[in-house]
Design a protein around this ligand. Structure first.
Ligand code: SIN
Length: 505
């Protein structure tokens, strides 16, 4: 069965209490070639269940794409590429601007769906909508700035001109932690550059991506430019797409482990890749820091998205001389969190995405305590739910598993240091290199430490660096390429050099 109007689900009727919050219906089918349709081979009865993190209950069933559907999506993206890449940059920019305007107008509806499927408190979902919308506005403006260069050859015999051209049909794989913003961060620059896309959202949070795809349809993005596949078989579906020579680019946000597999799979097609992978962010507090401000930044860097972010502070590396004050203040702030459903206006910390992720974090905490860490906050947890009250551990062993892995949970381990050298050595003692945070009142020390940290982004006296206008990305095992800013547009552009046999001088 195929239909051009979306089959939708009313998530509100199927789930825990959303109070007075209206959770709008979202599409549940695949978007291929501008049409909402069921999977080709399996029919409407084969679906992927989406769960409410707060209750574990099923809130929706979405289409479960198979490899044949992936091929149909690539057909559509490839067919649309010729005309889309020939539209003017201004036209593409104006469509993105319309998408920004409509997203802002529908912010509450999107926020409700994000909270429903991802669990974060409604205020955080609203913040995600604002953050996600900024990528549309930024790339609406950048679409007309894909500039080239012209220079006379050093021997004066030729003119070298460079132009930028879209890479081609692209596969965009997005994670569950920011179900909207990670989609707009990829779709907006891709469309601005003139690329067509196949989006594969995370199995846990497909509804927001489907709703956003419908928004793009509504503002007039032509059929085939954006295609969306939801699937319970990401390995098979993605393998089929990456094996297709018409696909020229892969952008992925997710774990380093999956990123490695995808990089290997991209090698045959020699694909352009952008990889936003795992982090292990150090959060350095020097003895000359404003400790109150460091505590404020620590709460943001740890609890944004319930710690489920690749830029969450993963290791608090604190000068022993200010550690008592920092730990006491942070403990007070973490203990004051109100845990509950994201729809409860009093909630400041929602459930984690699922029980499996929560239990993985608990296992890391138990191992750290067994290894000598001092529990400062460690409440009993209820079995079988995804809720995890904040955990604070002091004087943690820097050689333990919790120091090496991305915790992705509201768990704050403190590591103590006695000298700047020791702090910087601890901070970079990781395969990850995404972000670091530094607190100090000494400008020279801040710049010295920022330069020394082995990572792609640094926050000085602030616990959040994410911004559509800034180049987000990591070094070492945290990834390749940048998203946001003009750099994010260049990820979807090839440079073509044209040599002209005369001199401009
Ligand atoms: C991520 O966790 O993958 C992205 C976080 C951000 O953009 O701030």
């Amino acid at each position: 069965m195929s239909t051009s109007s979306a089959t939708t689900v009313d998530a509100k009727s199927a789930t825990s209490d959303a109070g007075s919050v209206e959770v709008p219906a979202t599409p549940t089918q695949l978007l291929i070639g501008g049409e909402w349709r069921d999977p080709l081979s399996s029919g409407p009865s084969v679906t992927l269940p989406v769960n409410d993190p707060a209750t574990g209950g099923v809130i929706a069933d979405v289409a479960d794409a198979a490899p044949d559907d992936a091929e149909a999506a690539v057909d559509a993206a490839a067919a649309a590429f010729t005309s889309w890449s020939s539209t003017s940059p201004r036209q593409r920019g104006e469509l993105l601007r319309s998408a920004f305007d409509l997203l802002v107008a529908q912010a509450d509806e999107f926020a409700a769906v994000i909270t429903r499927e991802m669990g974060k408190p409604l205020d955080e979902s609203r913040a995600e909508v604002r953050y996600g919308a900024e990528f549309l506005r930024w790339y609406a403006e950048e679409a007309v700035r894909a500039t080239g260069t012209a220079r006379t050859a050093p021997d004066g015999a030729a003119l070298h001109v460079t132009i930028r051209q879209p890479v081609g049909p692209s596969l965009l794989i997005t994670p569950w932690n920011f179900p909207l913003a990670m989609v707009t961060r990829k779709v907006a620059p891709a469309l601005a550059a003139g690329c067509t896309v196949v989006v594969k959202p995370a199995e846990e949070t497909p509804l927001t991506a489907l709703m956003f795809a419908e928004l793009l349809r509504e503002v007039g993005v032509p059929p085939g430019v954006v295609n969306v596949l939801t699937t319970s078989r990401p390995g098979q579906v993605v393998a089929r797409i990456l094996a297709d020579r018409r696909i020229r680019k892969l952008s992925f946000t997710g774990s380093t482990e999956v990123g490695r597999t995808l990089l290997a799979a991209s090698a045959n097609g020699v694909l352009r890749t952008s990889m936003e992978l795992g982090g292990n962010a150090p959060f350095l507090v020097f003895d000359d820091a404003d400790v109150e401000s460091a505590i404020e930044g620590a709460v943001t860097a740890k609890l944004r998205n319930g710690g489920q972010s690749c830029v969450a502070a993963n290791r608090f590396i604190v000068d022993r001389r200010v550690a008592d004050d920092f730990v006491a203040g942070l403990a007070e702030r973490l203990a004051a969190q109100k845990i509950g459903s994201g729809f409860d206006p009093a909630t400041t910390l929602g459930p984690m995405i699922n029980v499996k992720q929560r239990d993985r974090a608990i296992a890391l905490v138990r191992a750290a305590v067994a290894d000598g860490a001092t529990p400062v906050l460690l409440d009993a947890v209820e079995a079988g739910t995804a809720f995890l009250p904040p955990v604070l551990l002091n004087d943690v062993n820097p050689d333990g598993a919790i120091a090496k892995q991305e915790i992705f949970a509201p768990v704050a381990p403190i590591y103590l240091f006695d000298s700047e050298d020791e702090a910087l050595r601890l901070a970079s003692d990781t395969e990850a290199g995404l972000v670091g945070f530094i607190y100090s009142r000494d400008a020279a020390r801040l710049m010295r430490a920022a330069t020394a940290l082995e990572c792609g982004m640094v926050g000085l006296n602030r616990g959040l660096v994410s911004d559509a206008s800034a180049p987000f990305g990591g070094t070492k095992h945290s990834g390749l390429g940048r998203e946001g800013s003009e750099a994010g547009l260049h990820e979807y552009l090839e440079t073509k050099y044209i040599s002209h046999p005369f001199s401009a001088v």
